[in-house]
Design a protein around this ligand. Structure first.
Ligand code: HSE
Length: 440
């Protein structure tokens, strides 16, 4: 057997502790599968004395992860600190420059600095592995980076945030409030340190940027993503969606169009019988449409200590099995110099169906005026439903208002925005309209 692979783990939160337990409990199996032992020789965290439910007493302690990153005691730097910049970025850069392989779960850092880091890794001849950064335990990065090399991908999409999917599922199944669901997700260790990243769609966007780069061979473009979170979704939307044969999911979608790449994150109506509509709770799913293989959908746990540690351990095992000169490929599938510049498709040209929920003042001519405005913008309606029960009290609006749900045939974002603006200006609405895109 070769010499043990020596790890330095920075960050001992939920994932770091789960990883240490996994490496200890499975040390023999891992050694057999990798042809060498994997040992934790160094650790770094903010607080040395906190009880974490794992034993790292034989590892050398570093107060400073940047110092650990360049230490002679380690071969691999495992970054589980989090954050786009700061100690996470400083230490990862330092490790790569010092010729250490890096394993990270840090999607925000990769979305913004992945290309720069991949370049340093290439120059140093080391691996930058980040399976845990996207969709937790689902091995989607390896699938895209390695198994789909012979394909051209046209669309990648998914439920990429366990916290949001958990909240939407419980709101639908149990009628529990948004706030209570979020508190449970935090208690269970699914949510980000700042849960606004989850519910406002940024966490999904970071993961989508990585998937889009892998899918289309382009540079990362996290600032070119259209983002809407789930904070405006009410139980009224969820119920209306269901009655019309849809379920609401927070999706990240990256699509190749004639005018460029569309990257968007927003609550999305998916048909109730679609496979992705069955993905419940903290589970994530990633779908890929590609020219040779066709359509793929992978699902699994997207957050939580063990699921994330599983992906980190897989990345570590890859490094343990690699040999100089026979390492796995570049971080984003192609060398940085070969990645194409990103060209953005404008959101206003997005095409698809729309769900619109309007709270309409109950006056003669109001419905006719709405239908006219839709027609003027060349929007064809698939269905119009006036809810029998007056939902206005739930919306906090005028109690003479009636809820009207419109489903459109395929149209453009600019047409919908124009029609809604005109309807609003006509003065028929008692509250801001709700608009949710439909993904087939
Ligand atoms: N907060 C994230 C989620 C954790 O809920 O999916 C995994 O990235």
């Amino acid at each position: 057997m070769d010499a043990p692979l020596r790890l330095g783990i920075a960050g001992l939160g939920t994932v770091g502790s789960a990883l240490i337990n996994l490496l200890q409990n499975k040390s023999e199996t891992l050694a057999e599968r990798c042809g060498r032992a994997i040992t934790v020789t160094a650790v770094s965290a903010r607080n040395r004395s906190r009880d974490r439910g794992c034993d790292f007493s034989s590892a050398k302690w570093f107060d400073d992860p940047v110092e650990m990153a360049a230490s002679e005691d380690i071969d691999v730097f495992v970054e589980l600190i989090g954050g786009t910049e700061g100690p996470a970025l400083d230490s990862v850069k330092k490790a790569l420059e010092a010729g250490k392989h890096v394993v990270t779960a840090n999607k925000a850092m990769l979305a913004y600095h992945g290309i720069e880091l991949a370049e340093v890794a290439e120059n140093s001849g080391v691996l930058l592995n980040y399976e845990a950064a996207v969709a937790g335990g689902i091995p989607i990065v390896k699938t895209m980076r390695e198994s789909l090399t012979g394909n051209d991908v046209t669309r990648v999409y998914g439920i990429l945030n366990g916290t949001c999917n958990y909240i939407l599922t419980r709101m639908e199944d149990e009628g529990i409030s948004f706030e209570d669901c979020l508190a449970d997700a935090q208690r269970l260790g699914y949510a980000e340190a700042d849960p606004a990243f989850d519910i406002e769609g940024n966490d999904t966007a970071h993961k989508l940027a990585i998937l889009a780069s892998l899918a289309f061979g382009t540079k990362l473009a996290p600032d070119e993503i259209y983002i809407e979170g789930i904070t405006s979704i009410t139980t009224a939307d969820i119920e209306a969606a269901k009655s019309l044969g849809y379920r609401i999911k927070l999706l990240g979608v990256a699509l190749k169009t004639d005018s460029g790449i569309e990257q968007r994150v927003h609550p999305t109506m998916v048909p109730l019988n679609a496979p992705i509509a069955q993905i419940a709770g903290v589970t994530n799913a990633v779908g890929i449409d590609a020219d040779i293989v066709g359509e793929l959908l992978m699902s699994g746990p997207g957050a939580g200590g063990d699921a994330t540690a599983s992906a980190v351990a897989g990345d570590i095992a890859d490094i343990a099995k690699s040999r100089p000169g026979h390492q796995h490929g570049p971080a984003f599938g192609a060398p940085v110099a070969k990645l194409a510049p990103y060209k953005r498709a404008r959101m206003r040209s997005h095409e698809g169906g729309y769900f619109i929920r309007l709270s309409v003042n109950d006056r003669a001519g109001a419905f006719g005026a709405i239908a006219t405005r839709m027609g003027e913008s060349k929007i064809s309606l698939e269905s119009i439903v006036q809810k029998e029960a007056d939902a206005s009290s739930a919306n906090g609006t005028d109690d003479t208002a009636k809820t009207v749900i419109l489903i459109t045939h395929s149209t453009t974002e600019s047409a919908i925005r124009e029609a809604l603006e005109n309807i609003r200006n006509d003065g028929h609405l008692a509250a801001d309209p709700q608009m949710i895109r439909i993904e087939k």
